[in-house]
Design a protein around this ligand. Structure first.
Ligand code: FE2
Length: 446
């Protein structure tokens, strides 16, 4: 009987396949290198390595694109015989991947949670479930799923830092900022390369409006997160750009867009960051030139395949199309959203309850119908966690709402939402600038 590095039994015929399997898990945990290539290496050494096959399908699903769902199902099909002979844990990993590939993300997370009850050190089940919690905007489980397994982890177990890093992010999304920062810093004391922990602490500083500290935090640790092989570097760079935007430094934010995000249009995950950054710049009155053209092109070329798969991505596609004045793809996206709203998977309610209206708000805003955009955004903003993303990402909805209300002349409405933002982030210079623009006149306030 063979065991992996965390002591879990694995069904394996060729022990030499374990080394690339562990390398894949390390790559998945650190967002460095290519876990899929390492898993292919493990499977080439042992085609019956069920855990490697299931892990490959799960890692593909964490990219949350329809094209990878098809790939995941193909992997599971190719290794079906090996999975049928494997342990219940390995079979459950495969079953979770199949559920996710069919759009049943919540059911997939439940399958993974059942694994964690019996095997709380299953690093793959834990991280994939954490990422499902993220795309479902399930803040409680972003924290609590980690809390439930933490007693079974310690410094002696390989990968402990990454568990602390995930817990840090969950604590942050539950607004427990001091605890989140402590957990993130503890993770980094063990593994400086934990870019998820770097990210969690950056989120704390973003949410608390600690702009100078946030910039220093990311700049000082550049060598740990901004390496070329780090797939998460794009998102941490996006966070750095947000700090620049708070200072009203458009040139620095644009430089991050141009140097890091503009060339990263292949994956929806990075297109989301590039699109959101350009929209935030636009909201602050920056001149973004023709930068929406290539990113709208990228969303458009993926539209027929990906439209209607995940509402959070669709919203960002709508933002890009609206900003670039692309009417035809907007109509195609609308059709896909209407179909998706009726679908049985988890994306159905996300689209129905948030996605459709948020996309229409983007269209209204870009067309200059600011009053209508503000009303639509106000109607979905408070429940927008249902379509996933972080508090920081969804702040875009608030920023759009405030700007739409300001441009519509509805200054009391704008000031109403700025007040909320300033209470939570009193040190944010952006918040004070928004308030200055939105402050009701003496006559209106009377
Ligand atoms: Fe983030």
């Amino acid at each position: 009987m063979q065991h992996d590095a965390r002591g879990l039994v694995v069904t394996i015929r060729n022990d030499s396949a374990l080394e690339p399997f562990e390398r894949a898990i390390r790559a998945f945990q650190t967002y460095r290198g290519d876990p899929l290539a390492a898993l292919d290496e493990a499977l080439s050494r042992d085609p019956d390595f069920a855990a490697a096959a299931a892990t490959k399908a799960l890692v593909l699903m964490t990219l949350f694109e329809r094209r990878f769902a098809d790939d995941a199902l193909a992997v599971l099909d190719r290794h079906a015989a090996a999975l049928a002979r494997a342990t219940p844990r390995e079979q459950a990993l495969g079953a979770a991947a199949a559920l996710m590939a069919r759009g049943q993300w919540q059911a997939g997370a439940r399958e993974l949670e059942a694994i964690l009850v019996e095997h709380p050190r299953d690093a793959v089940a834990l991280q994939v479930a954490h990422l499902i919690d993220f795309v479902r905007g399930d803040a409680l489980n972003l924290r609590n799923r980690l809390s439930r397994v933490l007693p079974h982890w310690s410094r002696e177990v390989p990968g402990y830092a990454y568990v602390l890093g995930m817990h840090a992010f969950g604590l942050e999304e539950c607004n427990q900022y001091p605890q989140a920062e402590d957990a993130g810093r503890s993770a980094l004391e063990i593994s400086r390369d934990d870019c998820w922990a770097v990210h969690a602490v950056a989120h704390v500083m973003e949410m608390q409006g600690r702009v100078d500290e946030g910039m220093a935090w990311l700049e000082d640790r550049r060598a740990d997160w901004a390496t070329p092989d780090n797939g998460f570097a794009y998102h941490n760079a996006w966070h750095l750009a947000l700090f620049h935007l708070d200072r009203d430094d458009h040139a620095a934010a644009l430089a991050i867009h141009d140097e890091v995000l503009a060339g990263a249009t292949e994956l929806a995950l990075t297109r989301v960051d590039g699109t959101a950054l350009l929209w935030r710049l636009r909201l602050q009155g920056a001149e973004v030139g023709d930068r929406f053209v290539p990113i709208a092109d990228a969303w458009e070329s993926a539209l027929d395949r990906e439209g209607g798969f995940y509402a959070f991505n669709d919203f960002h596609a709508a933002l890009a199309f609206a900003a670039a004045g692309r009417q035809a793809p907007l109509e195609r996206l609308r059709d896909r959203l209407r179909e998706a709203a009726l679908s049985a998977g988890d994306n159905g309610p996300m689209t129905r309850e948030v996605g459709l209206e948020a996309c229409e708000a983007a269209v209204d805003f870009a067309a200059g119908r600011f009053g209508e955009a503000a009303r639509r955004l106000a109607s979905v903003r408070d429940g927008a966690s249902r379509f996933g993303g972080s508090h920081a990402q969804r702040d875009l909805l608030t920023l759009m709402l405030v700007e739409a209300a300001t441009r519509a002349g509805e200054r009391r409405l704008a000031a109403h939402y700025v007040a909320e933002r300033l209470i939570h982030k009193p040190a944010s210079a952006l918040g004070h600038r928004l308030l200055a623009r939105a402050q009701p006149s003496e006559r209106k306030a009377a």
